[in-house]
Structure formats: structure tokens, C-alpha cells
Design a protein around this ligand. Structure first.
Ligand code: CP3
Length: 339
């Protein structure tokens, strides 16, 4: 367990924030590339010792405060019988339509396909230094629906957006499975489970609040204080209602949010974010300049005003990101707030 991460969760003021990145284990990292040469992506996810080794790589190399279960958010679709391969982009065996809804596996059968994540978390916990935290993740219902219908998240999402009835029907299958998935991860040792809802920001705030938020909230309410919510491309109008709810552990915000403002006005729960991940591609001196100017408004806040901050990126680390800048980010954030 990481004390800084728990301070941010509980709103205990501190100088130096905890740090973790989405996709901190992945293709940009030599450690991952070496393991990936010897093993398929699915194998890395499903063999507990290998998944633990992948998750530990960025902790050992960059000293993040929090380790994320190494897995993928599309496994519930595989568990529901949709067939999943990676090349490296995910590919489903078939796409969801009104008439294929009945082909989804029933809950108890589907559940068997997700137990491996409990083993992954237990193996990761065992290998992880005691002063680090461990979190799990699931996909948001709308994001999983988008993949189920479209097979990818690209373009205008017309097929998914026109099928809101199907989305609600699918959610009746999916939500109990996601809830069981969260339970598996908590029992495996996840301290918090993030819901990554990458495609939710594609919807208008009105549709988000009317159609997406109730399903998200249903999962969060089942595990009070345990679910963190993040979606790329959302605006304050999307998440303001959800942020009033006491059920959530916290929220991730992407780089479109003014983070100093969000922190200063945040009533409860962690706020994770939000440096633009593309900036990690800058040459070292330029990167240093942009990082320092990003940190400046946060530095001007008192430690009480930024007590909920978990330092991270707007979205995930991109393939080919220079490792040096990832290392430098962690070091610099600790220096800036430690002095
Ligand atoms: O954060 C971590 O270190 C944990 C690992 C993690 C992966 N995927 C590993 C992965 C996490 C948190 C995810 C989340 C995920 N997966 C999301 C939500 C966040 C986001 O980036 O939008 C989504 C939409 C997926 C689905 C997915 N999985 C895609 C679109 C792809 C292929 C393209 C890509 O960006 O990598 C994957 C494959 C995948 N998931 C890889 C990794 C390391 C690459 C597989 C390989 O090595 O060949």
C-alpha cells in the first residue's frame, strides 16, 4: 500500500503527490518489448506470473507509486463468447446486433472467463514492494458496447450511437459481469478499480447523463469508495453530476481539463491527471520547459488545495514514447513538490 496514494484518496494534505500512468506497462517500454518478443499479448495477460512481471517493469524502472494490473479491458467481451484476438489491435470474432444478443454466454459461464484476473492481481501483489499500491481496471459499459458493435473505436461511431436500445439490452448482460469482475479484482488485492471509459467522451453531455451515467453509477454504488472513473474527451458538463455522487473513489481527467482549477474546487475523491501524453515526445529541454510550466499552476496551490491529486497523464503512454521522459517526469514532479 502506498501512503501517498491513500492520502490522495482520503484527502490528507501532502507535498509530493503519488504518480501513476495509464498504460505505464506497454509497448514504449524496453522491458515490455523484451517479454513481448518471447510471448503473445494474450499469454502475457493470462499467465499470472508473466502479467505480474510486466506490471512490475515500470515500477522497477521508473518508480511509479501505483502498479496497474496488466490486462486489457476487452476480456469481458471474450468471456461473453465474442472471440477476441490481438494483432496488436483487438479483433472480435463477431459483432453485436439485436439478433446476435442471444448468442452471448450466460452470466455464470461468462464469469469463468475472468477469474484469471484475480490470479494476476495476487501474483502482482506478491511481487510488488510493500510500499506500492495496486489497482485494477475494467472498461466502461459504453466503451465495451462500442467495441462489441463496431469492433474498434474509430471514426464517428455511427453504428453504436444509433443503437441506444441495443446498448441498454446489452448492458443487462454486461453490468452483472462487470460487477463480478470488480469483485474478482478486489478479492485479488486491487485497492481501487478504475473504470476506463475511453469512448464515453464521444457522446453529448445530455446523452452521457441520460444513458451512460446510470450504468456507470450502478457499478460504482455496488462498491462504494472503490471505483475510479475516467473517460477521454469528456467535458465538465459530462462528469459534474457523477462527481456529486459519494460512491466514487475519484476521477481521472484528460488534458483538456484545467487541473489546478479542478483540484481547488474538488470536494472529495482523488483527481488523477493530466499532462498531455503527446508532450512526452518533445526533445528533453523542450519537454522540461513544458512540464515545468504545466506544473506551475499546481505548485501555486497549497498542499491542502491539491490534497486529492494523483499525478499522471491526460490519457495513456503512447507506443514509442521516449523512456527518458517518463523517468524524468517522475523525478521532476517529486523534486518540484518536494522542495
Ligand atoms: O495501464 C497499464 O499499464 C495496463 C495495461 C492496459 C492495456 N490496455 C494493455 C495493452 C490498459 C489499462 C489498457 C486499457 C485499454 N485497452 C483501453 C482503455 C484505454 C485506452 O487506451 O483507450 C482500450 C480502449 C483497450 C483496448 C485495446 N487493447 C486496444 C485498442 C489495443 C491495441 C492498440 C493499442 O493502443 O495498443 C489493445 C492492446 C494492448 N493493450 C496492448 C497493451 C500493452 C498492446 C498489445 C501488444 O503488445 O501487441
Amino acid at each position: 500500500m502506498n501512503a501517498k496514494f491513500h492520502n490522495a484518496l482520503n484527502g490528507t494534505p501532502q507535498d509530493v503527490p503519488p504518480i501513476w500512468f495509464m498504460r505505464q506497462a506497454g509497448r514504449y517500454h524496453q522491458h515490455y518489448q523484451a517479454l513481448r518478443k518471447a510471448h503473445g499479448f494474450m499469454e502475457l495477460c493470462k499467465k499470472a506470473d508473466l502479467a505480474a512481471e510486466v506490471a512490475l517493469g515500470p515500477i522497477q524502472d521508473f518508480d511509479f507509486d501505483v502498479s496497474i494490473m496488466f490486462s486489457d479491458l476487452l476480456f469481458p467481451l471474450e468471456a461473453l463468447g465474442m472471440g477476441l484476438t490481438y494483432d496488436p489491435a483487438p479483433k472480435l470474432g463477431w459483432h453485436l446486433t439485436e439478433s446476435s444478443l442471444q448468442n452471448l454466454r450466460p452470466f455464470h459461464q461468462a464469469l469463468e472467463g475472468l477469474g484469471f484476473q484475480g490470479d494476476v492481481l495476487r501474483a502482482t501483489r506478491k511481487a510488488l514492494p510493500k510500499d506500492k499500491s495496486l489497482i485494477g481496471f475494467i472498461g466502461g459499459p459504453w466503451t465495451l458496447f462500442t467495441y462489441a458493435v463496431e469492433g474498434e473505436h474509430k471514426g464517428s461511431l455511427i453504428a453504436a450511437k444509433r443503437a441506444l436500445d441495443l446498448y441498454h439490452n446489452f448492458s443487462e448482460f454486461l453490468i452483472p459481469l462487470l460487477e463480478a469482475n470488480v469483485q474478482i479484482q478486489l478479492e485479488g488485492g486491487a485497492e481501487v478499480v478504475m473504470m476506463f471509459d475511453t469512448a464515453a467522451g464521444e457522446m453529448s453531455p445530455q446523452i452521457f447523463n441520460q444513458h451512460l451515467a446510470p450504468h456507470i453509477l450502478r457499478v460504482a454504488k455496488k462498491f462504494p469508495g472503490k471505483i475510479g472513473y475516467y473517460s477521454k474527451g469528456t467535458t465538465p458538463w459530462h462528469i459534474q453530476e457523477l462527481r456529486r455522487q459519494t460512491a466514487f473513489a475519484g476521477f481521472g481527467v484528460d488534458h483538456r481539463f484545467e487541473i489546478a482549477d479542478v483540484l481547488k474546487t474538488n470536494a472529495r475523491g482523488f483527481i488523477q491527471g493530466n499532462f498531455d501524453q503527446a508532450m512526452l515526445f518533445c526533445a528533453p529541454r523542450e519537454f522540461e520547459k513544458r512540464l515545468l510550466s504545466y506544473l506551475e499552476p499546481i505548485r501555486r496551490l497549497s498542499s491542502a488545495e491539491r490534497r486529492h491529486w494523483v499525478s499522471g497523464l491526460g490519457h495513456g503512454v503512447l507506443p514509442q514514447t521516449p523512456e527518458e521522459n517518463v523517468r524524468h517526469f517522475v523525478k521532476r514532479v517529486r523534486e518540484v513538490f518536494g522542495s
